[in-house]
Write a protein that binds this ligand. Structure first.
Ligand code: AMP
Length: 308
Protein backbone atom coordinates (compact mmCIF):
# COMPACT_ATOMS: atom_id res chain seq x y z
CA UNK A 1 0.00 0.00 0.00
CA UNK A 2 1.40 3.42 -0.95
CA UNK A 3 2.22 6.00 1.69
CA UNK A 4 0.97 9.56 1.42
CA UNK A 5 2.28 12.37 3.62
CA UNK A 6 -0.05 15.38 3.85
CA UNK A 7 1.05 18.75 5.19
CA UNK A 8 -1.30 21.72 5.45
CA UNK A 9 -3.79 23.54 7.62
CA UNK A 10 -6.33 21.91 9.88
CA UNK A 11 -8.69 24.73 10.67
CA UNK A 12 -11.93 26.30 11.72
CA UNK A 13 -13.73 27.88 8.78
CA UNK A 14 -16.73 30.19 8.80
CA UNK A 15 -18.31 30.45 5.37
CA UNK A 16 -20.93 32.63 3.77
CA UNK A 17 -22.36 31.80 0.35
CA UNK A 18 -25.47 33.17 -1.39
CA UNK A 19 -27.26 30.08 0.00
CA UNK A 20 -26.45 30.39 3.68
CA UNK A 21 -23.75 30.80 6.28
CA UNK A 22 -22.01 28.71 8.90
CA UNK A 23 -20.37 29.35 12.26
CA UNK A 24 -16.95 27.79 12.84
CA UNK A 25 -16.90 24.39 11.19
CA UNK A 26 -14.15 21.90 10.35
CA UNK A 27 -11.90 23.12 7.53
CA UNK A 28 -8.31 23.46 6.44
CA UNK A 29 -6.43 22.35 3.34
CA UNK A 30 -4.98 19.20 4.95
CA UNK A 31 -8.43 18.18 6.17
CA UNK A 32 -9.92 18.34 2.66
CA UNK A 33 -6.86 16.63 1.17
CA UNK A 34 -7.01 13.81 3.74
CA UNK A 35 -10.72 13.19 3.34
CA UNK A 36 -10.41 13.00 -0.45
CA UNK A 37 -7.32 10.75 -0.34
CA UNK A 38 -9.11 8.39 2.05
CA UNK A 39 -11.20 7.25 -0.93
CA UNK A 40 -8.15 5.29 -2.09
CA UNK A 41 -6.19 2.37 -0.72
CA UNK A 42 -3.41 4.43 0.89
CA UNK A 43 -1.68 4.79 4.21
CA UNK A 44 -1.86 8.49 4.98
CA UNK A 45 -0.80 10.88 7.72
CA UNK A 46 -1.50 14.55 8.34
CA UNK A 47 1.24 16.77 9.73
CA UNK A 48 -0.35 19.93 11.10
CA UNK A 49 -1.07 21.97 14.20
CA UNK A 50 -4.20 23.01 16.13
CA UNK A 51 -5.03 24.51 19.54
CA UNK A 52 -6.75 22.68 22.38
CA UNK A 53 -9.98 24.40 21.31
CA UNK A 54 -10.09 21.90 18.43
CA UNK A 55 -12.77 19.29 19.19
CA UNK A 56 -11.66 15.68 19.73
CA UNK A 57 -14.69 14.75 17.62
CA UNK A 58 -12.99 16.26 14.53
CA UNK A 59 -9.77 14.37 15.21
CA UNK A 60 -11.78 11.17 15.60
CA UNK A 61 -13.50 11.86 12.30
CA UNK A 62 -10.12 11.91 10.54
CA UNK A 63 -8.95 8.82 12.44
CA UNK A 64 -12.08 6.97 11.40
CA UNK A 65 -11.07 7.59 7.79
CA UNK A 66 -7.80 5.77 8.56
CA UNK A 67 -5.79 8.98 8.53
CA UNK A 68 -2.85 8.89 10.96
CA UNK A 69 -3.22 11.99 13.17
CA UNK A 70 -0.34 11.28 15.55
CA UNK A 71 1.58 14.19 13.97
CA UNK A 72 -1.33 16.60 14.36
CA UNK A 73 0.15 18.68 17.15
CA UNK A 74 -2.33 19.98 19.74
CA UNK A 75 -0.96 23.06 21.50
CA UNK A 76 -2.12 23.42 25.11
CA UNK A 77 -3.76 26.83 25.62
CA UNK A 78 -3.37 27.57 21.88
CA UNK A 79 -6.05 28.51 19.36
CA UNK A 80 -6.68 26.78 16.05
CA UNK A 81 -6.12 28.57 12.70
CA UNK A 82 -9.34 30.36 11.75
CA UNK A 83 -10.45 31.51 8.31
CA UNK A 84 -13.67 33.30 7.37
CA UNK A 85 -14.72 33.87 3.78
CA UNK A 86 -17.67 35.25 1.87
CA UNK A 87 -18.49 34.23 -1.70
CA UNK A 88 -19.89 36.57 -4.31
CA UNK A 89 -23.05 35.69 -6.20
CA UNK A 90 -21.24 33.87 -9.02
CA UNK A 91 -19.34 31.68 -6.48
CA UNK A 92 -16.19 32.11 -8.56
CA UNK A 93 -14.75 34.81 -6.35
CA UNK A 94 -14.65 35.33 -2.62
CA UNK A 95 -13.44 37.80 -0.04
CA UNK A 96 -11.37 36.65 2.90
CA UNK A 97 -12.92 38.39 5.93
CA UNK A 98 -10.72 36.93 8.68
CA UNK A 99 -7.43 35.02 8.78
CA UNK A 100 -6.22 34.28 12.31
CA UNK A 101 -3.01 32.27 12.14
CA UNK A 102 -3.00 31.47 15.89
CA UNK A 103 -0.97 28.24 16.43
CA UNK A 104 -0.08 28.15 12.72
CA UNK A 105 2.19 31.19 13.21
CA UNK A 106 4.75 28.96 14.97
CA UNK A 107 4.18 25.81 12.96
CA UNK A 108 7.38 23.81 12.48
CA UNK A 109 6.30 20.56 10.88
CA UNK A 110 8.00 17.39 12.10
CA UNK A 111 7.76 14.48 9.66
CA UNK A 112 7.14 11.26 11.61
CA UNK A 113 9.84 8.59 11.13
CA UNK A 114 7.29 6.26 9.66
CA UNK A 115 6.59 8.72 6.81
CA UNK A 116 10.14 9.78 5.97
CA UNK A 117 9.98 7.26 3.13
CA UNK A 118 6.50 8.30 1.89
CA UNK A 119 5.86 7.63 -1.81
CA UNK A 120 3.95 10.84 -2.35
CA UNK A 121 4.27 14.09 -0.39
CA UNK A 122 1.31 16.45 -0.74
CA UNK A 123 2.26 19.96 0.34
CA UNK A 124 -0.91 21.95 0.97
CA UNK A 125 -0.98 25.73 0.69
CA UNK A 126 1.38 27.09 3.39
CA UNK A 127 4.40 29.34 3.76
CA UNK A 128 6.93 28.01 1.19
CA UNK A 129 9.71 27.75 3.81
CA UNK A 130 7.47 25.47 5.87
CA UNK A 131 6.81 23.38 2.76
CA UNK A 132 10.56 23.26 2.04
CA UNK A 133 11.38 22.07 5.55
CA UNK A 134 9.17 19.02 4.94
CA UNK A 135 11.03 18.08 1.75
CA UNK A 136 14.34 18.43 3.62
CA UNK A 137 13.22 15.99 6.33
CA UNK A 138 12.52 13.14 3.91
CA UNK A 139 14.99 10.23 4.27
CA UNK A 140 14.82 9.50 0.54
CA UNK A 141 13.49 11.33 -2.49
CA UNK A 142 9.73 10.64 -2.70
CA UNK A 143 8.40 9.34 -6.02
CA UNK A 144 6.36 12.52 -6.25
CA UNK A 145 6.30 15.81 -4.42
CA UNK A 146 3.07 17.68 -5.18
CA UNK A 147 2.85 21.37 -4.31
CA UNK A 148 -0.19 23.56 -3.91
CA UNK A 149 0.31 27.30 -3.51
CA UNK A 150 -1.42 30.63 -4.10
CA UNK A 151 -0.89 34.24 -5.17
CA UNK A 152 -0.34 35.41 -1.56
CA UNK A 153 3.06 33.64 -1.49
CA UNK A 154 3.95 34.99 -4.96
CA UNK A 155 3.30 38.52 -3.65
CA UNK A 156 5.10 38.15 -0.34
CA UNK A 157 7.69 35.35 -0.41
CA UNK A 158 8.60 34.82 -4.06
CA UNK A 159 12.21 33.81 -3.43
CA UNK A 160 11.27 31.06 -0.94
CA UNK A 161 8.46 29.95 -3.23
CA UNK A 162 10.85 29.60 -6.21
CA UNK A 163 13.12 27.44 -4.04
CA UNK A 164 10.37 25.01 -3.10
CA UNK A 165 9.04 24.96 -6.70
CA UNK A 166 12.53 23.86 -7.80
CA UNK A 167 12.18 20.76 -5.59
CA UNK A 168 8.70 19.65 -6.65
CA UNK A 169 7.50 17.26 -9.34
CA UNK A 170 3.93 18.51 -9.71
CA UNK A 171 2.53 21.97 -9.02
CA UNK A 172 -1.18 22.68 -8.83
CA UNK A 173 -2.21 26.31 -9.23
CA UNK A 174 -5.12 28.19 -10.73
CA UNK A 175 -5.00 29.99 -14.07
CA UNK A 176 -4.59 33.50 -12.67
CA UNK A 177 -1.75 32.36 -10.41
CA UNK A 178 0.01 30.62 -13.32
CA UNK A 179 -0.17 33.90 -15.26
CA UNK A 180 1.11 35.89 -12.29
CA UNK A 181 4.01 33.51 -11.68
CA UNK A 182 5.21 33.65 -15.29
CA UNK A 183 3.96 36.94 -16.74
CA UNK A 184 2.48 34.92 -19.60
CA UNK A 185 -1.17 35.19 -20.62
CA UNK A 186 -1.13 31.95 -22.62
CA UNK A 187 -1.48 29.03 -20.24
CA UNK A 188 0.55 26.88 -22.63
CA UNK A 189 3.47 29.30 -22.40
CA UNK A 190 2.95 29.68 -18.65
CA UNK A 191 3.08 25.90 -18.18
CA UNK A 192 6.29 25.74 -20.25
CA UNK A 193 7.92 28.39 -18.09
CA UNK A 194 6.84 26.69 -14.86
CA UNK A 195 8.37 23.41 -16.06
CA UNK A 196 11.64 25.28 -16.52
CA UNK A 197 11.41 26.30 -12.84
CA UNK A 198 11.44 22.64 -11.69
CA UNK A 199 8.17 20.66 -11.81
CA UNK A 200 7.85 18.01 -14.52
CA UNK A 201 4.08 18.28 -14.34
CA UNK A 202 1.94 21.39 -14.13
CA UNK A 203 -1.75 21.23 -13.24
CA UNK A 204 -3.65 24.45 -13.93
CA UNK A 205 -7.06 24.58 -12.24
CA UNK A 206 -9.80 26.59 -13.89
CA UNK A 207 -12.57 26.14 -11.30
CA UNK A 208 -15.89 25.29 -12.91
CA UNK A 209 -14.06 25.12 -16.27
CA UNK A 210 -11.97 22.10 -15.32
CA UNK A 211 -8.23 21.50 -15.16
CA UNK A 212 -5.29 21.23 -17.55
CA UNK A 213 -2.31 18.90 -17.14
CA UNK A 214 0.97 19.74 -18.89
CA UNK A 215 4.14 17.65 -19.26
CA UNK A 216 6.71 18.45 -21.95
CA UNK A 217 4.74 18.28 -25.22
CA UNK A 218 1.74 16.52 -23.68
CA UNK A 219 -1.44 18.33 -22.68
CA UNK A 220 -4.59 16.89 -21.15
CA UNK A 221 -7.84 18.63 -20.32
CA UNK A 222 -10.43 17.43 -17.82
CA UNK A 223 -13.72 19.31 -17.60
CA UNK A 224 -15.51 19.93 -14.33
CA UNK A 225 -18.76 18.04 -14.17
CA UNK A 226 -21.68 20.41 -14.83
CA UNK A 227 -23.45 20.22 -11.47
CA UNK A 228 -27.01 20.95 -10.47
CA UNK A 229 -26.00 21.88 -6.97
CA UNK A 230 -23.04 24.13 -6.27
CA UNK A 231 -23.39 25.23 -2.71
CA UNK A 232 -19.95 26.06 -1.32
CA UNK A 233 -16.69 25.94 -3.33
CA UNK A 234 -14.47 26.01 -0.21
CA UNK A 235 -11.91 23.23 -0.32
CA UNK A 236 -12.60 22.22 -3.92
CA UNK A 237 -8.95 22.83 -4.87
CA UNK A 238 -7.69 20.87 -1.86
CA UNK A 239 -10.12 18.06 -2.53
CA UNK A 240 -8.83 17.93 -6.10
CA UNK A 241 -5.27 17.76 -4.73
CA UNK A 242 -6.27 15.02 -2.27
CA UNK A 243 -7.92 12.89 -4.94
CA UNK A 244 -5.00 13.47 -7.30
CA UNK A 245 -2.25 12.62 -4.80
CA UNK A 246 -4.24 9.83 -3.12
CA UNK A 247 -4.79 8.07 -6.43
CA UNK A 248 -1.11 8.40 -7.34
CA UNK A 249 0.04 7.06 -3.96
CA UNK A 250 -2.33 4.11 -4.36
CA UNK A 251 -1.28 3.25 -7.92
CA UNK A 252 2.49 3.75 -7.74
CA UNK A 253 2.80 4.94 -11.35
CA UNK A 254 3.96 8.41 -12.35
CA UNK A 255 3.47 8.15 -16.12
CA UNK A 256 1.60 10.90 -17.98
CA UNK A 257 -1.26 8.46 -18.60
CA UNK A 258 -1.66 7.73 -14.91
CA UNK A 259 -1.50 11.42 -14.06
CA UNK A 260 -4.38 11.92 -16.50
CA UNK A 261 -6.42 9.45 -14.44
CA UNK A 262 -5.35 11.25 -11.27
CA UNK A 263 -6.71 14.53 -12.67
CA UNK A 264 -10.04 12.82 -13.38
CA UNK A 265 -10.22 11.34 -9.87
CA UNK A 266 -9.37 14.73 -8.37
CA UNK A 267 -12.02 16.50 -10.44
CA UNK A 268 -14.58 13.83 -9.65
CA UNK A 269 -14.10 14.15 -5.89
CA UNK A 270 -14.07 17.97 -6.04
CA UNK A 271 -17.49 17.80 -7.70
CA UNK A 272 -18.89 16.27 -4.48
CA UNK A 273 -17.11 18.66 -2.14
CA UNK A 274 -18.94 21.73 -3.48
CA UNK A 275 -22.41 20.27 -2.91
CA UNK A 276 -22.53 21.05 0.84
CA UNK A 277 -20.85 23.37 3.32
CA UNK A 278 -17.24 22.64 4.20
CA UNK A 279 -16.33 18.98 4.55
CA UNK A 280 -19.93 17.80 5.10
CA UNK A 281 -20.33 16.02 1.78
CA UNK A 282 -16.89 14.39 1.94
CA UNK A 283 -17.46 12.97 5.42
CA UNK A 284 -20.05 10.44 4.33
CA UNK A 285 -19.11 9.98 0.69
CA UNK A 286 -19.47 6.33 -0.37
CA UNK A 287 -17.47 4.39 -2.96
CA UNK A 288 -20.59 3.61 -5.02
CA UNK A 289 -21.55 7.24 -5.60
CA UNK A 290 -17.94 8.08 -6.43
CA UNK A 291 -17.89 5.31 -9.00
CA UNK A 292 -21.19 6.21 -10.53
CA UNK A 293 -20.07 9.81 -11.02
CA UNK A 294 -16.87 8.58 -12.67
CA UNK A 295 -19.11 6.91 -15.25
CA UNK A 296 -20.88 10.24 -15.80
CA UNK A 297 -17.51 11.86 -16.26
CA UNK A 298 -16.53 9.36 -18.90
CA UNK A 299 -19.83 9.76 -20.74
CA UNK A 300 -19.50 13.55 -20.66
CA UNK A 301 -16.22 13.56 -22.53
CA UNK A 302 -16.63 10.68 -24.97
CA UNK A 303 -17.72 11.21 -28.52
CA UNK A 304 -17.50 9.48 -31.87
CA UNK A 305 -16.26 11.45 -34.79
CA UNK A 306 -15.28 10.34 -38.25
CA UNK A 307 -11.77 11.50 -38.93
CA UNK A 308 -10.27 11.54 -42.41
P1 AMP B 1 -9.55 26.46 -1.06
O1 AMP B 1 -11.04 26.72 -1.14
O2 AMP B 1 -9.15 25.26 -1.85
O3 AMP B 1 -8.74 27.67 -1.32
O4 AMP B 1 -9.23 26.04 0.45
C1 AMP B 1 -9.91 26.55 1.53
C2 AMP B 1 -9.24 26.09 2.81
O5 AMP B 1 -7.98 26.74 2.93
C3 AMP B 1 -10.06 26.49 4.01
O6 AMP B 1 -10.54 25.33 4.67
C4 AMP B 1 -9.12 27.32 4.89
O7 AMP B 1 -9.10 26.88 6.23
C5 AMP B 1 -7.76 27.15 4.26
N1 AMP B 1 -7.04 28.44 4.20
C6 AMP B 1 -7.56 29.67 4.03
N2 AMP B 1 -6.58 30.61 4.03
C7 AMP B 1 -5.41 29.96 4.21
C8 AMP B 1 -4.04 30.38 4.30
N3 AMP B 1 -3.67 31.66 4.23
N4 AMP B 1 -3.11 29.41 4.47
C9 AMP B 1 -3.46 28.11 4.53
N5 AMP B 1 -4.72 27.66 4.46
C10 AMP B 1 -5.70 28.57 4.29
Amino acid sequence: MGKLLIVGTVAFDAIETPFGKTDKILGGAATFIGLAASQFDVKSAIVSIVGDDFPQEYIDLLKNKNIDTSSLEVVKGGKTFYWKGKYHNDLNSRDTLVTELNTLADFKPVVPNDYKDADVVMLGNLHPSVQMSVIEQMAKRPKLVVLDTMNFWMDNTLEELMEVIKHTDVITINDEEARQLTNEYSLVKAAEKIQEMGPRYVVIKKGEHGALLFNEDNVFFAPALPLEEVFDPTGAGDTFAGGFSGFLAATDNTSFNNLKSAVIHGSNLASFCVERFGTERMQSLGKDEVNSRLHQFKALTQFDIELQ
